[in-house]
Write a protein that binds this ligand. Sequence first.
Ligand SMILES: Nc1ncnc2c1ncn2[C@@H]1O[C@H](COP(=O)(O)OP(=O)(O)OP(=O)(O)O)[C@@H](O)[C@H]1O
Ligand SMILES: [Mg+2]
Length: 707
Amino acid sequence: MQDKQPSLDYNTENIPKVLPILPLFDSALFPKMVLPLVVMKGESVHLIDEAMANDRMIGLLVAKKQENVRPDPESGDLATVGTAALILKMAKAEDNRIQLLVQGLSRFRVKSFMNGKPYLVAEVEHFSDIDHKDNETEALMANVIKQFGRIVHLSPGLPQEIGSMATSIKEPGTLADMVASTINSTPEEKQHILEIQNSTKRLKAVTKLVQHQLEILELGNKIQSQVKGDMDKRQREYYLRQQLKAIKEELGETDEATVELEEYRAKIKEKNLPEEAVKEAERELGRLARMHPSSAEYTVAMTYLDWLTELPWNESTKDNLDIKKARKVLDEDHFGLEKAKRRIIEYLAVRKLKPDSKGPILCFAGPPGTGKTSLGSSIARALGRKFHRISLGGVRDEAEIRGHRRTYVGALPGRIIQGLRRTGSNNPVFMMDEIDKVGSDFRGDPSSALLEVLDPEQNFSFSDHYLDVSFDLSKVMFITTANVLDTVPSALRDRMEVIQLLGYTEDEKVKIAARYLIPRQREAHGLKAKQVKITTGAVRRIISGYTREAGLRNLEREIATICRGVATGIAEGKIKRATIKVNDVAEYLGPVKLQAEAKVRMTTPGVAMGMAWTPTGGDLLFIEATAMKGKKGLTLTGQLGDVMKESATAALSFIRANAKKLGVDENFFDKHDIHIHVPAGAIPKDGPSAGVTILSRRRCWPPTGPA
Ligand SMILES: Nc1ncnc2c1ncn2[C@@H]1O[C@H](COP(=O)(O)OP(=O)(O)OP(=O)(O)O)[C@@H](O)[C@H]1O
Ligand SMILES: [Mg+2]
């Protein structure tokens, strides 16, 4: 900015004492310095026009207020010390802006402002520097020159010659002015320098500014070099990546990663995800864009986005609300089970009246093979919904239900979310099989997660750890199954509507076999209806002689065995068709299994038969007793619990107390030990119900009732 104009006469005598005043808003001009200016306001434009027509002389005063307000000299908005200047160049731009180049001439002090012009005019008094040529001043000059040289060195924006120019200045005041106008300082600081008439004092003030500026530059330089090492590497990588992109585009190979990102964006829009999910997806997309496609995290983020975009947030299947048709489907698949079927029909009826009703949470409880699992899929078919089944048997980890947090390597959502993604609808029939066999250990308690899933008041915002976005499960129809309800935590049991599927009677089994099991097995073995017939008598024989169950699994298995046998016969060409009657059963299934056991055991003296409750629907229980030479001893074996042991002791006391009445020899107990065993020895048994069997007396088959 600094420029010497040797042709100019700085003699203050030649400068007018009355000057038009142009306010300066963001800088200050020093004598002998040159400053470019832009003028746009109407009155200032007027001022310049008149000055150009006259002697080109103007006065510049620093204004404190903002540019759009006309400074009021009365209120102290304007400085009172300024610089008289000569307009060196003027250029008018099209938008009425004027570009000026002004040359500072000398300092002045305002004596008074004058009226009469649209712009400010002031009567001024010019003044020159007061110089002291002493050692202090010289030292100050040398110091300022040195510091200024460093500033120039550290400021890439300044021309390097300006440093040597400073060296050539001999007047202390001019040096101070030049340095002050060149370095980075505020208009106020500049104004302060402008106002100091004593050149030594001015140099001191400039030294302070220079010192401050130098400190800032040096600190900035230090930070810069620290950051640079770090930045360089990243910039290089970015630069190379951009180049790679450009090369790929040139070759017509669009960048896979960007295409992928766009695909996800489109999917998010199309699937109309809930707001929370969109936010999470956008965040992940943002991360993805910054990652390198071959990094491990990239895949992790992509997998997450896949899950998010492929979940059925809004997709649901349309329910079949035709009650007659639903009833037909249910009857087609299962015999009986009235209670469960009626509940489903009721639900359908309610759905018809109130379309947004919540899905019920049912629990089918009963012995194995009574049709719990298969009824579930039949219900889905009847309602026209998708079906998904998960088995909770042996699930011990809460994460299996609720998923792992994404921070884990290989994390996935829990089974609920997995199931929903697979069905692709948010209202499937979701079967949770074997809920009574859920375990719990140090990995957490899955049933606590199930509590949330199975609570209609909570499951509209089920949160999976992996997704981290809540999912609405309230439209899902949950059906759980259990063999026994005792092991289901009571809080969980309380949330479900329990429907008991008790075992079937023999008559029911016969009907189910004829209508469902035999046709199904026949078909499974590729046999035609006329090729195999099983009579009712034969079915009864299978039920009583070969199966001992509340459900139908073994019956179906035995029927399958018969079908296999017949199919083999036909395939070998030995027979064309077979009708299985009572007496033919043994040919296919071997000798009768069950009656034999009871008969054999019961012909032995000292064995009594009772019935036991088991989760599978009950069993026969044998109690064996023997007496041997000894002395009043009683041995109990067969893993009996305390209650059962007490039953045995009580039975013995009863017999001893009533020995005479019962016809037992009085001395019998003195000379004998008694041993009671309950097979099978490996199965723990307990409970008071076996008491009467322990006390009973059987000598031979057939049984004649308790003694
Ligand atoms: N009422 C019924 N009508 C027709 N078939 C039936 C009936 N009940 C059960 N079944 C048949 O019995 C077989 C066993 O049923 P399922 O597997 O559903 O039993 P479950 O109750 O789930 O047993 P578990 O408790 O052992 O899991 C299936 O093939 C099923 O079709
Ligand atoms: Mg089952």
